[in-house]
Design a binder for this molecule. Structure first.
Ligand code: ARG
Length: 654
């Protein structure tokens, strides 16, 4: 049962006496931070009373409490301080609820009352280049949301909206036509394609840098001239002028350092004879690569054949990563699928008077936005925006979706705001669209995580490293165990996979997704603190208790022995177990898996407190022992299930 929702639903009708919109304040009723204020606490008397003359919050709280009936499962409500309402569940009731969970496969989680058709658009790498750390967040956050929604009974479609039609294909087609190493392609096509991509990128970057360098140098000269004038003429004691000078000096320094690294980049390429001769041979490579993309889009037979040849290899390479991460999709049509629909989309937008020509491009102008939404460029090419519009139409009409989650990095928020605003005017008003945005993965220097050479960190190598590090930790722990109880080599490997992959996923999921986070191996794989390992250990510990007591967990459940919450730590643990339902629901509403990680962390902490306080196998009475064993079993089930919804596995022995 969702206890929080039940309590809120009792308050809401009562609140209508003081507000037209109880839903606007009902979220101020939540789990209380401190057990001495009860299990749940409501703070809405304060804002509600503020709107009513001559009403003290405390008096309002008293009036509310008189009208709300929770007597079937709560102690009499208490008003505290300036007007807090404290809610405490009845011990008997909590006891029965917990007992009921023993036989409940869903661990008290009620399926959604009105299930929705939800499309989760996640991962979506631009293929033709290997997956890198930048793809981790969308993949992991998307997958966790997918699993939670599905468990709650929604009809969920995981859609990998692969970038299989973008400019990167023009680049590799160009590279293939001019720089191919046939033997390498035969041997490992994806590696060779990735090399071609990097090569073409590097060459076009070279020319672009060469072109902008004089401008940059010129900028610096101008700034220096400005500084000189300021220094020679103005009053040097004036604070404002000092500030201006300081700002100019730092601007100049920054630009000089930019120019220096541009120069270094140019020199580096020029010193490489092979690269330099290629650069000289193709001064217009960026345009040529763009032309290859345009030709592909226009249906050029040769380019289309190449694209058809490249794509399966690219998809196979990303599939490898998904297999390792245990990530599954229901569909992956990719951007290319929507290409034939794009002209109609633009036509329809024009007909509705939404899209207009502006400087040769076709744009949608939306009030309140600085930039227009460009749906067709001057050269006739359709855009990322057009594809997303076509995809929405498909999801609404063909998939009959009610809700779409776009798990995409926060740098695209402007795009999604424009997209949603456009769709709202275009039609499909019943479709709920949500940008599940997230920040970047940073290195220890606080900048986006890169390799030492400045490249993106490959996702495969990241997974490998995590497993290796986990293995080292396991081996060290294991070597310290008494002779004979060590793990077999095979088990070590298996556990290293579970801990290594779980650690990476968990570290990504536990942060508020809007913020950036710093990638830190040591914190991530620590067996204490807010890590997957900590919870995996808690799970293994429970399994250990049952092993030691030679008790079968399933038999224990079937025995129907009575569960009795006596100690405070037992009650706190049971309460947390009963909050699983409300936690998952809050994850589903806001698409925030960190609510679940927080919950599991708290659960593991409460378990640890309980376990330190209450002997289980050594409990004096048989009845107390079986009751505590039931609590241990429930805890382990929730940890295991909760982690599985995050895509993280557990093991019985670590
Ligand atoms: N391929 C895109 C990128 O790498 C992400 C696509 C996200 N989904 C979408 N429907 N726009 O930036």
């Amino acid at each position: 049962m969702n206890i929080l929702a039940e309590i809120r639903s009792r308050f809401e009708p009562v609140l209508t006496e003081w507000t037209d919109d109880p839903s606007s304040v009902i979220e101020m009723l939540k789990a209380s931070q401190d057990a001495k204020f009860g299990d749940y606490q409501a703070n809405f008397a304060m804002p509600l009373a503020a709107r009513i003359p001559d009403l003290k919050p405390r008096d309002l709280a008293t009036q509310i409490v008189e009208k709300v009936d929770l007597s079937d499962f709560c102690e009499p409500l208490e008003v505290a301080g300036p007007g807090f309402i404290n809610i405490k569940l009845k011990q008997e009731w909590l006891n029965t609820q917990t007992q009921n969970l023993v036989a409940d496969e869903r661990l008290g989680v009620v399926p959604a009352e009105s299930p929705q058709k939800v499309v989760v658009d996640f991962s979506a790498p631009n293929v033709a280049k290997p997956m890198h750390v930048g793809h981790l967040r969308s993949t992991v956050i998307g997958d966790a949301n997918y699993r939670v929604l599905k468990f709650l009974g929604h009809d969920v479609v995981g859609d990998n909206h692969i970038g299989d039609w973008g400019t990167q294909f023009g680049m590799i087609i160009f590279g293939y036509k001019h720089f191919l190493n046939e033997a390498a392609f035969e041997e490992a096509p994806v590696t060779e394609l990735a090399r071609l991509y990097r090569l073409v990128n590097q060459l076009s970057d070279y020319h672009a840098t060469k072109k902008t360098l004089p401008q940059r140098e010129n900028d610096i000269e101008q700034l220096e001239a400005k500084l000189k004038t300021l220094e020679s003429s103005a009053d040097q004691t004036d604070k404002k002028i000092q500030k201006q000078e300081k700002k100019l000096k730092s601007d100049i320094a920054e630009r000089k350092s930019d120019v220096r690294s541009m120069q270094e980049k140019l020199t580096e390429l020029e010193q490489n004879e092979d690269l330099h001769s290629k650069a000289v041979a193709f001064p217009d490579i960026a345009r040529q690569a763009r032309d290859e993309t345009a030709n592909l889009h226009a249906g050029d037979a040769e380019n289309l054949a190449l694209w058809n040849q490249f794509l399966p290899a690219c998809l196979e390479a990303i599939q490898n990563v998904y297999d390792r991460l245990d990530i599954h999709f229901d569909m992956a049509l990719g951007e290319s699928y929507y290409h034939p629909m794009l002209a109609d989309v633009v036509e329809s937008l024009k007909q509705k008077g939404l899209a207009k020509e502006s400087q040769g491009a076709i744009c949608v102008f939306i009030d309140g936005f600085k930039a227009p939404f460009i749906v067709q460029k001057q050269d006739g090419a359709f855009t990322y925006a057009t594809t997303d519009l076509a995809t929405i139409k498909y999801r609404a009409e063909e998939l009959k979706a009610d809700r779409v989650l776009y798990v995409v990095d926060s740098r695209q928020s402007e795009h999604f705001q424009l997209l949603f605003a456009t769709v709202n005017e275009w039609g499909f008003q019943n479709l709920e669209l949500q940008h599940v945005s997230f920040g970047s993965v940073l290195g220890k220097d606080g900048k986006p995580l890169k390799t030492r050479a400045g490249d993106n960190v490959g996702l495969e190598s990241l997974l490998d490293e995590s497993i290796q590090r986990a293995y080292a930790i396991i081996a060290e722990n294991d070597d310290a165990k008494p002779e004979g109880s060590e793990l077999s080599e095979e088990r070590r490997q298996e556990i290293a996979e579970i801990i290594g992959l779980g650690g990476i996923k968990y570290a990504d999921l536990k942060h508020n997704r809007d913020s950036d986070y710093m990638f830190d191996w040591d914190k991530m794989l620590a067996n204490r603190g807010d890590t997957a390992t900590y919870m995996q250990y808690a799970y293994a510990r429970v399994c250990g208790i049952f092993r030691k007591g030679e008790i079968d967990r399933v038999t224990l459940r079937e025995n129907q022995s009575a569960l009795k919450l006596q100690d405070e730590t037992e009650r706190a643990l049971a309460l947390q177990i009963n909050r699983y339902s409300e936690t998952l629901e809050s994850v589903a509403i806001e698409a925030r898996p960190n609510y679940l990680t927080n919950y599991l962390f708290e659960l593991s902490n409460l378990f640890s407190t309980f376990y330190n306080q209450c002997p289980v196998l050594k409990a004096e009475e048989e009845q107390v022992k079986s009751s505590r064993l039931l609590l241990c079993d429930l805890t382990a089930r929730v940890i295991d299930h909760g982690l599985s919804l995050l895509g993280i596995r557990t093991c019985e022995r670590m």
